[in-house]
Design a protein around this ligand. Structure first.
Ligand SMILES: Cc1cc2nc3c(=O)[nH]c(=O)nc-3n(C[C@H](O)[C@H](O)[C@H](O)COP(=O)(O)OP(=O)(O)OC[C@H]3O[C@@H](n4cnc5c(N)ncnc54)[C@H](O)[C@@H]3O)c2cc1C
Length: 284
């Protein structure tokens, strides 16, 4: 119950009405919306890896990772790929439009735990979205970390997200490598899968934390490769962000259950050790 002059906490199922302040097209099917909290107030504080539920009346509500925010905490960014009815309607919003938002929900990438260590980030496709705030934070405080590498795989060159920021992270001292599944002859970069890029990094077991987000098959192959390199020794140093369809986001409806866990509140970011039995990497 609220006491004194503190505002009452919002009910976790009650959305607040955010306004679209800006919309940027990232690729042919993906946009980033910049959202302003009601009344220009500060949005609730959030940590890299967490997500909000974004909804439109009469259309539906879906989980979308927080891809960034403004320094003053008044703006939130969400990067949305139009794949179905709700994401298409969200991606079609224009500046001035309104969206229902509740959150933030879920676990975060363990940034404090990685300080002083090497950080290896593997992202596949839209998996770069929940890792973008990590890379921004690391690039801003680069001295706190050892070697930092981003290995990023996209379907094709035109699907590469945040191109300008990839360059900025490089300038800040992050080793950024990109591979695409398929490309026209004009593409000068790598063609292949994310795990092909590991050879160029040679991560050191014992001093590297590896964080992975992407399609489940990409994450399973990445874990297998990292295990082969010995990176899973020494406990909880591999983390993954999982996706499942979800409805309530507060661990009640059961839509996103994985074994004993609810992805919405125990995840989406998990230490690999906790979810290993359900990822079945050894069956690859
Ligand atoms: C924690 C979390 C964070 C997410 N972050 C983002 C984000 O930052 N940006 C973004 O664009 N999307 C994100 N998603 C995925 C997004 O929620 C789904 O794409 C969305 O729910 C699809 O709804 P729809 O009505 O548009 O399409 P639907 O008709 O519901 O689905 C279209 C297609 O996508 C598949 N699909 C739907 N939901 C998921 C899901 N959760 N995982 C895998 N496949 C799914 C369906 O099986 C179907 O093939 C996230 C999901 C989770 C669980």
């Amino acid at each position: 119950m609220a006491t004194g002059s503190q505002p009452p906490e919002a009910h976790p199922l009650a959305p607040a009405s955010y306004r679209v302040r800006a919309r940027r097209r990232e690729t042919r099917d993906t946009v980033t919306l910049e959202l302003r909290a009601p009344g220009g107030a500060a949005a609730p504080s959030w940590r890299p890896g967490q997500f909000n539920m974004l909804g439109l009346p009469g259309v539906g509500e879906v989980p979308i990772s927080i891809s960034g925010g403004s320094q003053d905490g008044r703006l939130l960014q969400h990067t949305i790929r139009a794949v179905g009815p709700v994401t298409s309607a969200l991606a079609g919003l224009r500046p001035g439009g309104r969206v229902g938002l509740r959150g933030p929900f879920g676990s975060a990438w363990p940034l404090e735990q990685a300080a002083g260590r090497d950080l290896l980030v593997l992202a596949g496709g839209l998996g770069l979205v929940p890792l973008r705030p990590v890379l921004r934070a690391v690039a801003a405080r680069r001295r706190l970390y050892g070697r930092v590498s981003l290995l990023y795989g996209a379907r094709a060159p035109q699907d590469i997200l945040f191109r300008g920021e990839l360059a900025a992270w490089r300038r800040a001292g992050v080793a950024v490598e990109v591979a695409v599944d398929r490309a026209q002859p004009s593409w000068r970069g790598r063609v292949g899968v994310v795990t092909d890029l590991l050879a160029g990094v040679a991560p050191e077991p014992g001093r590297t934390d590896a964080w992975i987000c992407g399609p489940e098959i990409m994450m399973r192959f990445s874990v297998r490769e990292l295990q082969r390199l010995g990176l899973d020794r020494g406990g909880m140093r591999l983390h993954l962000s999982l996706e499942r369809n979800m409805k309530c986001a507060i661990g009640q409806c059961g839509h996103c259950q994985l074994g004993p866990f609810f992805i919405c509140k125990d995840g989406p970011v998990f230490p690999y050790d906790r979810i290993a039995p359900w990822l079945a990497v050894e069956e690859l």
